[in-house]
Design a protein around this ligand. Structure first.
Ligand code: NAD
Length: 297
């Protein structure tokens, strides 16, 4: 049964300013309600999200949760996928998180790097971290789906983290699921609310979607509201229907969101409302935006 898990980027105040104590309370609420997978990165809030998550996890038995972080991306334009940085990055993350190992270490947004370097240098260096006991599994993350195909066709990785490609308005991740299954690669889906596009509040100002996508998602939110529901509810329930995607990360720094997302994940989806929303989103279905180097898109 697919589940929802905790995306910790909001703990780094990337969507709105978050008071540390509220972020910590949100993590504790998630643990109490049974969420046990947390995903973070040194990039989120320039290490703030890792630091806040580390404080929240202090004293929580290490074997009771699964922890994923990333390396290689450190700012909007700061990337380093070299073996030397891999080795230093994990130690910095472990210190901020207050743990002696993470469960998954992921190369973050690899479309901004040279994919040949990722295959021949970054991933072997990440395997070394597994040998040293600092991580249990290795993964890659990014936006353009072709980067996953490129890497997993050349070198074994344990997981991929794809975002904004398995949600009501963009389902293109479906095209990669068979290859992942064939290669034995675990699929983590992130951003089922399309980073806020599929919410009543709407996306943050930095959201990279085109005006056309934003307008269609706004219209979809209106249709949901008129049908007596919340677009976020339909979006969460829809994203966790695919059995080949065991977990979906939702960004949260608000206890009410944690409660609502868990509740929604146990309830059926209203197919009548879904059909109306799908009709509104049809013109923008699978439309996306570029990310990283042109050759990686
Ligand atoms: P998301 O689609 O999960 O949306 C997050 C936004 O939705 C936040 O503003 C949050 O406050 C809001 N929200 C959450 N629950 C809600 C609810 N019930 N009702 C209304 N609004 C709600 O996008 P995201 O946070 O970018 O993605 C989830 C996680 O996936 C991230 O935190 C991160 O861990 C991971 N991620 C990784 C990458 C990468 O590796 N390149 C990229 C994107 C996301």
């Amino acid at each position: 049964m697919p589940v929802v898990s905790f995306g910790a980027s909001p703990l780094g105040s990337v969507f709105r300013p978050v008071v540390e104590a509220d972020g910590i309370k949100t993590v504790h609420a998630a643990l109490e309600l049974g969420m046990n997978f947390f995903d973070v990165s040194p990039y989120y809030g320039k290490t703030l999200a890792e630091t806040v998550l580390g404080k929240a996890l202090k004293g929580v038995p290490r074997q009771s949760y699964i922890l994923a972080t990333k390396l290689g991306r450190y700012g909007d334009d700061v990337f380093d996928f070299s073996a030397g940085r891999v080795a230093r990055s994990i130690d910095e993350s472990l210190q901020r998180l207050g743990v002696d190992h993470v469960d998954i270490i992921q190369a973050h947004d690899i479309e901004f790097g040279d994919l040949n370097q990722v295959v021949t240098e970054t991933i072997p260096a990440m395997r070394e971290l597994v040998r040293k006991g600092k991580a249990r599994f290795i993964g890659i993350t990014g936006l353009p789906l072709k980067v996953f195909d490129y890497v997993i066709s050349r070198v074994p990785v344990d997981t991929i983290l794809s975002y904004c490609h398995y949600s009501l308005n963009d389902r293109s991740l479906e095209s990669l699921l068979a290859l992942c299954e064939q290669k034995g690669v675990g699929v983590i889906n992130a951003s089922p609310l399309s980073m806020g596009l599929l919410s009543q509040k709407g996306p943050p100002s930095w959201h990279p979607a085109t005006a056309e996508i934003k307008a269609a998602c706004r219209k979809a939110a209106e249709v949901a509201r008129e049908s007596g529901t919340d677009i976020a509810e339909i979006a969460v329930k829809w994203a966790i229907r695919e059995k080949r995607i065991p977990t979906t990360l939702i960004g949260m720094a608000d206890e009410a969101h944690v409660r609502r997302n868990i509740q929604w994940s146990t309830e059926p989806l209203d197919d009548g409302v879904l059909k109306k929303i799908e009709a509104v989103l049809q013109p923008v279905l699978n439309k996306t935006w570029p990310s990283g180097r042109p050759e990686n898109n």
